[in-house]
Design a protein around this ligand. Structure first.
Ligand code: TRP
Ligand code: SF4
Length: 400
């Protein structure tokens, strides 16, 4: 039916940190080899919460893209672009706003949560209420099946599915839809028509998911159908109309256990991060001043790694031999804490090495980033325009 695509976005909030690398970007880099992937900077989403503080958006956008490239996101495999530069996102958002029930938006959990969390901001705006709808437009405009996100974003993907279903229900039924679908069934030819009807009944009457799969396979293999009839019959199989917008699935990113400098999860809001491209001096200083097991006051006091945030980082960066050395040395007071921290510093710097190297190329020649984004925006816009063409026509605004 539609090609399998992966889509995800990130708001340009400033320099990314190692938590982003371990939690999100490694996953993005893995996916780019498996699917056509579309990764974008959600700069319009940044405006929904930072409409009064827009100075840094452009700078943060470029820096974030450099962080992506540094992490191994490869522009020859994945399409990288900027949301606001593909205006079809905004157009689809407007079109969807005509039919998205206000109550659906008000009950998305992040709406009230974020308003409370960012109490110092006035988020009683039209744009902020529409945050999930803009996200739905981002996803639906590429007919993306897979959306890699963290757990906090799952309600947004669910919401997107509901919007797609409602859209297809409202606009997927052209005049004379049932008659046209029935005529298309006949075009399948005797044996195949019968098989299609049987599978359709089995799915619609008994909800048998295998019948749905078999029905889709039958249609995919049918030689006698025009593309339009095929689309019709995909929708008819499920009972809805034509599928104009595709329901996506969240591809749940495993919660990153990347610990920060204080043992809590690494997060900008805790101020416990190491930037992806933090310079070596600063990495060294941050790790050296990390808190350790509070019971280890003097060098001669034995410690307990299980009560020490440094140990959490050894679990990420050290091999078995080093970890054994830490456990033995700490519990026997055989090593000092600064000594213990050195392999962590080395581990972080080792990880950053290739990232800094990849980034340097783009820092030296900013035009490379400009070109990557321009290419990406163009490619994205081509696909987005295909969908918009169908959407406009379905909503009565077709011009041809
Ligand atoms: N809301 C997402 C976040 O805060 C960012 C985002 C915007 C997004 N549009 C998207 C993620 C579309 C996935 C798909 O992380
Ligand atoms: Fe933590 Fe290492 Fe010091 Fe033990 S020796 S308290 S694990 S820093």
């Amino acid at each position: 039916m539609f090609a399998e695509r992966v889509l995800s976005g990130m708001r340009p909030t400033g320099a990314l940190h190692l938590g982003h690398y371990h939690g999100v970007l490694k996953n993005w880099a893995r996916l780019q080899a498996e699917y056509p992937c579309f990764y974008f900077v959600a700069d319009l989403h940044a405006l929904t919460t930072h409409y009064d503080d827009v100075q840094a958006i452009g700078h943060n956008t470029r820096e974030m893209v450099i962080d992506w490239l540094a992490s191994g996101i490869d522009p020859s495999q994945a399409t990288l672009f900027v949301q606001s530069r593909v205006p079809q996102h905004a157009e689809l958002h407007l079109m969807l706003s005509m039919m998205a029930p206000l109550s659906w938006l008000e009950r998305v959990p992040t709406y009230k949560d974020q308003q409370e969390k960012l109490a110092e901001k006035d988020l009683t705006t039209y744009g902020f209420l529409g945050y999930p709808l803009l996200q739905a437009a981002d996803i639906l405009i590429y007919r993306a099946q897979h959306v890699p996100v963290g757990e906090d974003q799952v309600p947004h993907v669910e919401f997107t599915r509901e919007v797609a279903r409602r859209f297809n229900h409202l606009y997927g039924k052209e005049p004379g839809y049932a008659e046209k679908a029935e005529a298309a069934v006949k075009k399948l030819g005797g044996k195949q028509s019968r098989a299609y009807r049987e599978l359709r009944d089995r799915y619609q009457e008994q909800g048998d998911p295998e019948a749905l799969v078999a029905g889709r396979e039958l249609l995919a293999a049918a030689q006698s159908l025009s593309a339009q009839d095929r689309e019709r019959l995909f929708g008819y199989l499920e009972g809805g109309g034509k599928i104009i917008l595709v329901e996506p699935q969240a591809l749940l990113t495993e919660a990153s256990r990347m610990p920060g400098l204080d043992g809590q999860k690494m997060s900008k809001s805790y101020g416990n991060t190491i930037a992806l491209r933090e310079d070596a001096k600063s990495v060294e200083k941050k790790v050296r001043t990390m808190p350790t097991d509070p019971a280890r006051v003097r060098r001669t006091d034995p410690g307990n790694p299980d009560k020490c945030p440094v140990w959490e980082l050894h679990r990420v960066y050290s091999d078995d031999a080093t970890r054994t050395w830490v456990r033995n040395g700490c519990t026997s007071a055989g090593i000092g804490c600064l000594e213990c921290k050195q392999p962590v510093i080395d581990g972080v710097l080792r990880e950053q090495g290739p990232m800094l190297e990849r980034a340097q190329k783009y820092i030296d020649d900013p035009k490379l980033v400009t070109d990557i984004l321009e290419d990406g925006c163009q490619k994205a816009a081509r696909l987005a325009e295909e969908t918009m063409h169908d959407v406009r026509a379905a909503m009565g605004l077709g011009h041809d």
